[in-house]
Design a protein around this ligand. Structure first.
Ligand code: ARG
Length: 443
């Protein structure tokens, strides 16, 4: 007993000493001079601000004229436009945009997805995207990527990870029109695929299984799609009852849920089911737009994709059937974007990176401005609105006290020329510099 008492006492003393030291040691602060600091709440700049960074987070934002203590570590972005790290709410980090031949898929081992993911995560971060929501990767590659990035083992953005997108048999996530001997879904040739689910019971079980294996978000394929065989983007796949059980099960587990839906009926059902965001939303009519507004459902519309699918993907073997389907939705989706934005639907930035090369995510800003947003609104969609959609407003999406020091700098004014975001010169994530092609760091 005496032995135990002295051991407990000894460890208590060590603990107290550690606390005392932590209290006396000066916090190590870093100061970032921001020539023009984008305030994602107002959509305007603050001139000559100073961000005080403590560890991974911003401690305070000081006004022009703030005196930085002598000898302090300074990151000088005084000649730059400084914005919150960008957020892409629709990526497939494990996918590549140069493998469209339908035979490709039969050559992959499960490891290929992981290798792609590691490379693509770095490209994404270097492009200024410090957070992504990954909405469809083989089980459970996005979860593993997230964990390895969070622990500092590999570079990459923060990841809000889903599992494979949940699909009906024969749906957008299934591998269709092959012989039954092939018998595998799109993502993974396993006995238990975590991907194909029919009927409310299977949908409920699949959502629960994905939660069990660590996903942050659920992705469900409500309608047909473009880059799949044997289905139509406009046609519903899941029923209202199936979508509802998916949404309820996800929410009960504290997860949000995103629904892929090009078709009008599926968009309406997904909104009615209580799904948090509609991905693509290509063929939404005015009634669907009104419903989205009424329910506060986000639209995440990948309106850059059409360029790449029609101009580049055919060179990499994209089959005719899919090119034709893209011709049927591409322009309509852009027109829908304009109507939905004008009507006041909440919009978050999401691109479907993986369909086009990772790292080109910012190419979409051009189209968002062309189809009705101001540059400030497009940037808000990729910062404060995206943070709201993924439920992380306290951590990301704005540069103010308490938020992560996730930020980018560009040389040209993106409020004048939003395409400036395609050339990000400086990236910081959680207070650590991930890329620096312009800043001077003292001392
Ligand atoms: N992943 C989507 C699908 O296959 C891509 C749609 C791309 N086309 C577009 N116009 N956004 O359905």
């Amino acid at each position: 007993m005496a032995w135990l008492r002295s051991a407990v006492l000894a460890s208590l003393c060590t603990a107290l000493a550690a606390v005392a030291m932590a209290q006396t040691a000066a916090p190590s602060l870093e100061y970032i001079r921001a020539g023009k600091l984008f305030d994602s709440r107002s959509g305007t700049y603050t001139e000559n601000a100073v961000l005080v960074v403590e560890g991974q987070r911003i401690r305070s934002v000081e006004k022009s004229g703030f005196a930085i203590p002598a000898g302090a570590k300074i990151v000088d972005l005084s000649q730059s436009y400084v914005l919150p790290g960008l957020i892409d709410c629709h990526t497939h980090l494990t996918g590549r945009a140069d493998q469209y031949d339908e035979i490709e898929i039969f050559k992959w081992t499960p490891f290929v997805a992981a290798i792609n993911g590691v490379a693509n995560a770095k490209r994404t971060l270097d492009a200024g995207f410090t957070t992504v929501r990954d909405v469809g990767s083989p089980p459970f590659a996005a979860v593993d990527l997230r964990n390895n990035i969070d622990s500092g083992f590999i570079p990459g953005p923060r990841i809000v990870a889903s599992g494979p997108a949940i699909s009906i048999t024969g749906g957008h996530g299934d591998l269709n029109n092959f012989s039954p001997v092939i018998g595998r879904p799109m993502m993974y040739p396993a006995e238990r695929d975590y991907e194909i689910a029919d009927g409310v019971d299977q949908v409920q079980q699949t959502v629960r299984a994905q939660v069990k294996y660590g996903v942050d978000v659920i992705k469900i394929l409500a309608s047909g799609g473009v880059l799949s065989k044997g289905d139509q983007p406009g046609a519903p796949q899941y029923t209202l009852a199936e979508l509802k059980v998916a949404a309820d099960t996800a929410h009960q587990a504290g997860r949000k849920i995103a629904a892929h839906a090009h078709g009008n009926q599926s968009i309406k059902w997904a909104i009615e089911a209580g799904i948090d965001s509609i991905e693509h939303a290509s063929l939404a009519d005015d009634e669907a737009i009104r419903l989205a507004k009424e329910h506060g459902t986000f639209f995440v519309m990948d309106i850059y994709n059409d360029d790449y699918i029609l101009q580049q993907a055919p060179k990499f073997g994209l089959p005719k059937e899919q090119i034709e389907k893209e011709r049927g939705v591409g322009q309509k989706q852009r027109d829908t974007f304009r109507r939905a934005w004008k009507a006041g639907v909440k919009m978050a930035f999401g691109t479907d990176a993986g369909v086009y090369p990772h790292g080109d995510n910012a190419n979409q800003f051009h189209y968002m401005v062309l189809y009705g947003m101001t540059p400030a609104q497009a940037i808000q969609a990729a910062t404060i609105r995206a943070a709201e959609l993924v439920g992380r407003s306290a951590d990301i999406g704005e540069l103010s006290g308490g938020h992560y020091a996730d930020l980018i700098a560009v040389n040209e004014d993106p409020l004048q020329h939003v395409e400036a975001l395609e050339h990000v010169a400086f990236v910081m994530k959680g207070g650590a510099i991930a890329k620096d092609e312009r800043a001077t760091v003292h001392p």
